[in-house]
Write a protein that binds this ligand. Structure first.
Ligand code: FAD
Length: 451
């Protein structure tokens, strides 16, 4: 059953049962807390702009989450969990209204020890990373929204980021150790999932459980220098990035490359990137910079920007030009620009990258993030697209797919049509058990709608 009776719910009655919990009903604030960065997509803009919740609740602990879950089940009210609302395809936008459960007051770091941390979901990534660094550890990976996003939201709606060149994606085994999840049953329960069982809720857009606690593995920390290396030719830049990814002895955290004119969208970096140059944005361990420079020479690159780890404490961090921040900068220059998310097959010669680069030219501008996928350095594309129409966007997507590029479509809010690509029966089965009325973030899990 899908809930479509939101209009029949008496929200005053529902609110009167939760008076101990912070509640937001002021219309403008509710609208603000109902939306995310869906507007990156011209397709989603029209579909989602008017969606809004009926009210927002801000619990401070798991007991309050249990209370909210019980009340929502009683009133058959849809419930959508929200962290910082930085998702970029409407993951936390409530399609059927209802309650937004905002986790930002659940922000305790329970404990940190070498290699592992335990946190509440509303902890900001930056806060956890800082705390871990006190004992010489750090986050294995973070999105470019590191300074604003929550850990619960990263697990619920994110995929990978800065650090993925070493540790792969969030759903790779080992990147999430355990979670506690509150169910949406008549008598809500807390279920602890450990080991491989975490995949039942990992990257499920909050459709099958409210995560109230997470155990997040950590990585040893390094002093990360930030560098920009420029090249005359895009494919030389791409091959340099692949070679850097494959250089196991050089410790790095970020390898991003941009074809010109993408660097022209970065207002704050105009002085650091000469006109017409293609470039690599990098985070490299300071301990390895001498050897790294030899690699730069081999590919005839020019280091045009360099900050020591100490110097990175001031100014905009380099990662805020990478991953989906690139799209943010591009759209601040021209709102007709949008993006793709694509997985290229692992190939040291980057033949398919070259084919797509030459085929589309400036219509689909190359932005690649290098990740470790199944142990191999592999590029994923976050290409910037000059949008003309939905029809043309679909043609671009089809051309990529026909040529063997996997598109993780960022122009849909449906879980399976974006990154997941196929039905995750484990997640569906878990939803059937813990959310039998389909109240959690309704409309996002296709397998549930079509079951
Ligand atoms: P929200 O947007 O609030 O939520 C995301 C999803 O998780 C929603 O479906 C929500 O319902 C669910 N959720 C939140 N909390 C819980 C919980 N406690 N239990 C169950 N479900 C929950 N993503 C990347 O992966 N890598 C990037 O590098 C990256 N860069 C970005 C750059 C920009 C400029 C923007 C706008 C977005 C970017 N994103 C990126 C997407 C997003 O910022 C990240 O995924 C971020 O981690 C989401 O965190 P959040 O707290 O904002 O989550």
């Amino acid at each position: 059953m899908t809930i479509t009776k939101t209009k029949l719910i008496n929200w005053d009655d529902l609110a009167s049962e939760l008076t101990d919990i912070e509640i937001i009903r002021e219309p403008n604030q509710v609208i603000k807390l109902s939306l995310d960065y869906y507007h990156f997509s011209p397709i989603l803009q029209s579909k989602l702009k008017d969606k809004k919740a009926n009210l927002v609740l801000r619990p401070t602990n798991e007991t309050e989450v249990l209370q909210i879950a019980k009340t929502c089940v009683k009133y058959q009210a849809p419930l959508t969990v929200r962290g910082a609302g930085t998702g970029n395809y409407g993951q936390c936008i409530p399609l059927e209204g209802g309650v937004i459960l905002d986790t930002t007051k659940m922000n305790n770091i329970n404990w940190i020890k070498p290699g592992l941390s335990s946190v509440e979901p509303g902890v900001k990534l930056v806060a956890l990373d800082k705390k871990a660094k006190e004992i010489s550890w750090e986050l294995r990976m973070f999105p470019s929204t590191y300074r604003t996003a929550t850990i619960g939201g990263f697990i619920g709606g994110g995929s990978s980021g800065i650090g993925s060149i070493n540790y792969g994606a969030l759903r790779d085994r080992g990147n999430l150790s355990a979670v506690r999840v509150v169910t949406m049953e008549d008598e809500p329960r807390v279920i602890e999932l450990r080991g491989d069982d975490v995949q039942k809720v990992n990257h499920a857009y909050g459709t099958n459980g409210i995560i109230t606690e997470l155990e997040i593995p950590l990585a040893p920390t390094y002093p990360w220098a930030e560098l920009i290396v420029t090249f005359d030719d895009f494919m030389t830049c791409a091959k340099f990035a692949q070679a850097l990814g494959d250089s196991d002895g050089i410790v790095k955290k970020l390898i991003t490359i941009f074809a010109w004119p993408i660097p022209s969208f970065f207002a704050g970096l105009k002085k650091s990137i000469p006109q017409g140059k293609h470039c690599a944005f990098l985070m490299i361990s300071e301990y390895n910079l001498e050897l790294f420079q030899d690699l730069v020479k081999e590919f005839k690159g020019e280091i045009s920007y360099q900050k020591t780890a100490q110097e990175t404490k001031n100014g905009t961090p380099i990662y805020e030009f990478t991953w989906n921040h690139t799209t943010l900068h591009a759209r601040s220059v021209d709102t007709n620009l949008t993006y793709l998310q694509s997985g290229f097959p692992s190939d040291k010669n980057l033949a398919l990258i070259e084919k797509m680069y030459r085929h589309f030219g400036d219509e689909v501008m190359m932005h690649l993030e290098f990740m470790r996928i199944d142990g191999q350095t592999t590029p994923v594309g976050l290409q910037i697209v000059r949008y003309s129409s939905e029809k043309r966007l679909n043609e671009i997507i089809e051309y990529h797919e026909e040529n063997g590029v996997n598109i993780f479509n960022p122009h849909t809010y449906i879980l399976e049509d974006g990154g997941m690509k196929t039905t995750d029966f484990e997640q569906l089965e878990f939803k059937q058990k813990v959310d039998p009325l389909g109240l959690l973030n309704p409309g996002k899990m296709k397998a549930w709608l079509e079951r």
